[in-house]
Design a protein around this ligand. Structure first.
Ligand SMILES: *Cc1c(COP(=O)(O)O)cnc(C)c1O
Length: 410
């Protein structure tokens, strides 16, 4: 008998996006004439094509693979030095990070999930609420939780509510935790943390011997020069933080896959007998055992994000999405709704009218405006009463969504 990992049975069967799909399906079946009008502002995927500089570099990478003299087989598991060096030079200059502390992968979703391989049992794990569901589900799979209650909250996790009162930056835990997931700019709320707020988290982690897992997938969308892009801008972070970055949202790599993890060699965890072990050493072993390197043409494309042309083209993409976010913020505000986020992130987090639940709002927007939004409750209990509108769309679609918001809610 092959026994299974029974932790998987604790998972709530992919509640959010399947439920959205089910409701959209039911709507189109009942209203076939309106099906063509539906505009999706729900899913966090980019819509605009890959920058030209990236495509050109990828083509070159493929051509090299077509010539015996430049053909490359397995590359370094940690990623090619040309890419790790470009990352450090362009994103971590003066932050005390070296290229050998950067690990290239095929995505932050995998990295934020896989990182649990290097942590032991019995850690107290803090998760912000609402949250990117991957952090929760991977902890369930790893056996770090008990069962979920009827609201979907798992026994054993420490949930940190992010609310309008705390500006969607969680308060420090009142108990001792060992692992903390932070994501700034945040998905789903689109909000950011100041240097002082991040400093308080790093101080907490140092005082409690905790590790912060910092997801910076949306750093490129930060417009305010005072907001940190990296947790390593914070003093003390090199002792207690791991940062996750991705080319998915800045370079539009969701379909071609490239991301990286930054682990300073000075970050350590503990064995049961109290011996300190660098997490870098464990991740290096894990990564080279279970991963065989990201695709060479893709890494060439990723490095091209940092070329002069690439930087200009990525800025244009970011400007496009942030222009969308500004229009969506304005439309919701004019319709009398209270709006958060969308100034340093491609997500607008909107408070539902008083007394309206987030799924009720979803049904209203679908039924009356044929606009698909994401109900806040799908990201955690504290997301109830909010909905997320994604700015990842064409300008034409966003302008149409703004018109419909004015008609339906204005
Ligand atoms: C999109 C996103 C990522 C990036 O994931 P990839 O696997 O690199 O595409 C990471 N974290 C969050 C919170 C995201 O929304």
């Amino acid at each position: 008998m092959a026994s299974i990992n029974a932790n998987f049975l604790k998972l709530k069967a992919g509640y959010l996006f399947p439920e959205i799909g089910r409701r959209v399906g039911a709507f189109t079946e009942a209203n076939p004439d309106l099906a063509g009008k539906i505009i999706r502002c729900g899913i966090g995927d980019v819509t605009e094509p890959l920058p030209e500089a990236v495509r050109k570099a990828m083509h070159e990478g493929i051509d090299e693979q077509g010539d015996r003299s430049t053909f490359k087989g397995y590359g370094p598991e940690q990623g090619y030095a040309f890419l790790r060096e470009a990352i450090v030079e362009n994103q971590f200059a003066d932050l005390g990070i070296t290229p050998d502390e950067v690990f290239i992968s095929d995505g932050s979703k995998c990295d934020t999930g896989n990182i649990l391989d290097i942590f032991g049992e019995g850690n107290r794990i803090a998760i912000t609420d609402p949250v990117y569901p991957v952090y929760v589900d991977t902890n369930v799979m790893a056996g770090n939780t008990g069962e979920a209650d009827d609201k979907g909250a798992y026994e054993g996790l420490v949930y940190l509510p992010c609310t309008a009162e705390n500006g969607f930056v969680a308060d420090l835990p009142t108990e001792k935790v060992d692992l903390i997931y932070l994501c700034f700019p945040n998905n789903p709320t689109g909000t950011v943390a100041t240097k002082e707020q991040l400093k308080a988290w790093v101080d907490y982690a140092k005082a409690n011997d905790a590790i912060i897992l910092f997801d910076a997938a949306y750093e490129a969308f930060i417009q305010d020069p005072e907001i940190p892009h990296s947790i390593f801008e914070i003093e003390g972070a090199h002792e207690c933080c791991i940062e996750f970055r991705s080319f998915s949202k800045n370079g539009g790599f969701t379909g071609v896959r490239c991301a990286y993890v930054v682990i300073p060699k000075t970050v350590t965890g503990s064995t049961p007998d109290g011996t300190r072990i660098p997490l870098h050493q464990l991740w290096s072993r894990r990564h080279s055992t279970k991963f065989n390197g990201a695709s060479y043409p893709v890494q060439k494309g990723a490095a091209a994000v940092f070329s002069a042309e690439g930087k200009a083209q990525v800025s244009t993409l970011i400007e496009h999405y942030m222009g969308n976010a500004a229009l969506l913020r304005e439309a919701c505000t004019k319709a009398g709704l209270t709006v958060f986020g969308g100034e340093n992130a491609p997500y607008v987090w909107v408070q539902c009218p008083v007394g309206v639940g987030s799924w009720e709002m979803f049904d209203k927007m679908l039924g009356e405006a044929q606009v698909v939004i994401t109900p806040g409750a799908g990201f955690g209990a504290a997301g109830e009463g909010y909905f997320r509108i994604s700015a990842f769309n064409s300008r034409e679609n966003v302008e149409e969504v703004c018109k419909r918001i004015a008609t339906v809610l204005g």
